[in-house]
Design a protein around this ligand. Sequence first.
Ligand code: COA
Ligand code: ZN
Length: 375
Amino acid sequence: MILPKQIEMLDSTLREGEQTPGVSFSLEQKIVIAKKLDTFGVDFIELGHPAVSPDVYEAVEALNNLNLNAKKMAHGRASKSDINDAVTMGVPWMGIFFGTSSLSLKHKFNVTKAEALKRIESAVKYGKDKGLKLRFTAEDASRTDIDYLIQVGHLVQKAGADRFSLADTVGCLTPSKMKKLVMRISSEIDLPIHVHCHNDFGMATANALSALEAGARCVDVAVNGLGERCGLPPLAEVTTALTEIYKINGNWNLGLLPELHNTVKSFSKLDSNVNQPIVGKNAFTHKAGLHVKAVAKEPKSYEAISPETVHRKRHLVIDKFTGRAALKNRFAAMNVTIENIELDAILLEIKMHPEKVSWNDEALISLLKSMNRKV
Ligand code: COA
Ligand code: ZN
């Protein structure tokens, strides 16, 4: 697969991640997250939208003073007051957004297409006059009339924007539609393209990757996929897929993913799914007897990537799905040799107890002892 030479990650955990229902990070927590994201190697960190509340304002100010390699970006509306916030604080980058779909124009702003263009143009020019590096996001781009979207792109390019971002605000694109959209916009607009994908149909990661395949420069991600409703593409999924499937060397510190996952999980006080790719509890756990037998010989049989890549360990579960090889393997790991007749008896016992969903070493040894075997 041919991807652009330069691929960038923009992490929005501190901005859109905090829009997740139930989440409000303290300043100390935001600093911890920002530093870890920087060590991980994201290109942009969205610090927050200062107009939201005094605590977000103060956090953006404090985060902007951190010594980070990542580019710092404030988020705000296409309005002078939001742009002034970023300028006052000296945040180098600002991401401004304006809904461009008919739904947005009518119900959010009650403006005509021409009026919206004027507002967008004056905001971009204002931000550029103030010396900001500027990303303009067409909110709800995926439901915006394509000719109008191209008109918006031309306008912001002419007004001096540095990046043009397409938001799939309600997550209604499919990977093939995303590809078509990015290819069309890149053929018309001479600015690096960003995409902001939402996960309402579970396609955020696929759509983000598809956008990169089509030539987009940068995708928005969030740790654990936090964000409004069903969230954004998870940082772990996108960067690991790019590294392992697309063979991109993004200089990302993938070994830091479990730590980022756990930190944000504890700060956000949100449970994560056990089957979450890469960082979920079960991502490298095998259960069915035939799987475990094959994995014991060659882990690649049932693993797309090695757990060591992301500093994790492989686990093999013993329960009613276990086979002889898996059980023998577990006893061998405990340095216990076991006769075939014992193995069969233990296996039978395990299969007679479907309510026990995981047999640990201790339980297996006591099962063996109960068969009058001295271990
Ligand atoms: N660009 C320019 N102006 C915008 C805008 C945009 N993208 N989106 C909304 N506005 C304008 C509205 O037209 C309205 O203008 P008006 O007062 O002239 O009618 C104004 O912003 C809305 O202001 P207000 O009525 O005070 O809304 P509010 O009480 O919801 O406060 C926020 C605004 C931003 C402080 C508040 O909504 C908030 O904290 N939001 C969280 C951040 C957020 O919504 N992010 C969306 C990210 S995609
Ligand atoms: Zn969003």
